[in-house]
Write a protein that binds this ligand. Structure first.
Ligand code: UDP
Length: 455
């Protein structure tokens, strides 16, 4: 209590506002808005600058002020699942939004009732560092993924493009990882990608600090290396969703019918399948997933996002008679309340693309995983799950019904699956402890608040 009063006192003295700017992807918006809530709870007033594209649902945040900026995208723009196009999109946003962002921020600074302590932007908004410097406002970056994946980016020029002969080799200092786990994606313009990453790294070094949605208990060894490479304050205060769930920042409506369906299933019997908000699969792969799930005889809850297969509206590509055949044993939705699903006692495993939010959400609920990464840091997350923490199975061969059935059996039925379950329970306890008084993230959040007030 004394600590809380201390903050309140300091806030009154300084009257602090924070401006936040998320990259407009679901997996980046969720942690940024969770961070905004965390800071608001600590007494900061919150202003959110956002692109018009994928604009957050402002009605869910009456305690924040929102400032849309033009982004140059058409209203019906759809994010591609092709990593080369995603990379081009992020570059486009950085150059297109710099001036509107500058105008908005400078206007906000001159009219805000509370003086603004600092700006927090996604690490990938690298053009905001120059704006912050011009306006003399400290910028702290948010990295929505883990420390190791950012360390990998700092070594990108030596890793990229990857030689085929090296791909399977272990990374000497990190034997659980192979060079191919660090390769991010097959860039059509490797030089352009390395240059972009280099700029992001330089602008991060020029920032006033970095916040991670991760915790020291997960990444202690990488943190030491990171601190020596990055002479800026570092705050690991995650997992964010444990403070505030992500449901209010969902860009798509979450279909709650899956909860009543889960209520009817046996404890830990259901395999939950979702490949996140961006990753796509081919039509042939969709059919293999469908048959793999059907043949496993296990109940399943499957998120088939419209556009999961490029151009698809929803389930029209599933084999004729598939839905009738699986009947009540399967439930398919366009978008799920994922955190509620993972928390549900019937959920026994998560077949995931290994986005970092999904990985943390599964760890915190003690749900072991089947890993099907597509690109970027998902490959690193998958190796964390399968080889570092050993709480999941990495599906590495091509998506094929027999392999899927085997992986589901290994996880749901065989003793190996129980061992993973036991290990993930221990990790779950660790993750929950780090947010409690005395825990590493709890301490780090205290340090972050003190630091922001000192800027
Ligand atoms: N999510 C959700 N419903 C779904 C699938 C995903 O609410 O049906 C949420 C999930 O809880 C997570 C986010 O969307 O917070 C996805 O982020 P992640 O980093 O896992 O993957 P991305 O979508 O960025 O690839």
């Amino acid at each position: 209590m004394a600590e809380v009063l201390g903050w309140e006192h300091e806030m009154k003295m300084k009257g602090c506002g924070v401006v936040l700017f998320a990259l407009p992807f679901q997996g980046h918006i969720n942690p940024m808005l969770q961070l905004a809530n965390i800071l608001h709870e600590r007494g900061f007033s919150i202003s959110i600058i956002h692109t018009r594209f994928n604009s957050p649902n402002t009605a869910n945040y009456p305690h924040f002020r929102f400032y849309p900026i033009p982004d140059g995208l058409s209203q019906d723009y759809v994010i591609s699942s092709d990593p080369n196009l995603i990379f081009a999109f992020i570059k486009f946003l950085n150059s297109n939004c710099q001036t509107p962002f500058r105008d908005c921020l400078s206007n906000l600074m001159s009219t805000a009732s509370d003086p603004i302590a600092c700006l927090v932007t996604d690490v990938l908004w690298h053009t905001t560092q120059a704006v912050a410097d011009d306006l003399k406002l400290p910028r702290i970056v948010l990295r929505t993924s883990n420390v190791l994946s950012f360390l990998v980016l700092t070594s990108m020029s030596s890793l990229f493009p990857l030689q085929d002969s090296e791909a399977e080799n272990e990374v000497p200092e990190l034997p659980e990882f192979r060079f191919k786990d660090f390769s991010m994606f097959e860039a059509s313009d490797p030089g352009g990608f390395v240059e972009f990453v280099d700029t992001v790294v330089q602008e991060t070094k020029a920032s006033s600090g970095i916040i991670y949605n991760s915790c020291e208990d997960l990444e202690e060894e990488y943190l030491t290396k990171f601190s020596s490479d990055f002479p800026i304050p570092i705050f690991l205060i995650g997992p964010f969703h444990r403070y505030f769930p992500a449901s209010s920042s969902s860009l798509l409506p979450q279909d709650k019918t899956c909860i009543s369906w889960l209520d009817k299933q046996q404890p830990k019997s259901v395999i939950y399948v979702s490949f996140g908000s961006v990753a796509g699969i081919k039509e042939t792969e969709l059919l293999e997933v469908a048959w793999g799930l059907a043949n496993s005889k296990q109940p399943f809850l499957w998120v088939v996002r419209p556009g999961l297969v490029q151009g698809s509206k929803w389930v029209e590509l599933l084999p004729n008679g598939f839905l009738e055949m699986v009947g009540e044993r399967g439930h398919i939705v366009k978008w799920a309340p994922q955190q509620e699903v993972l928390l549900h006692p019937s959920t026994g495993a998560f077949w995931t693309h290994c986005g970092w939010n999904s990985t943390l959400e599964s760890l915190c609920e003690g749900v072991p995983m089947i890993c099907q990464p597509s690109f970027g840091d998902q490959n690193i997350d998958a190796r964390f799950i399968s080889h570092v923490w050993r709480v999941g199975i990495h599906l590495e061969s091509k998506i094929e019904r027999g392999e899927i059935e085997k992986a589901i059996r290994r996880l749901m039925v065989e003793p190996e699956g129980q061992e993973m379950r036991d290990r993930i329970e221990l990790l779950k306890d660790k993750m929950n402890l780090c947010l409690k008084p005395g825990g590493s993230s709890y301490r780090s959040l205290d340090n972050l608040v003190t630091y922001m007030l000192s800027l």
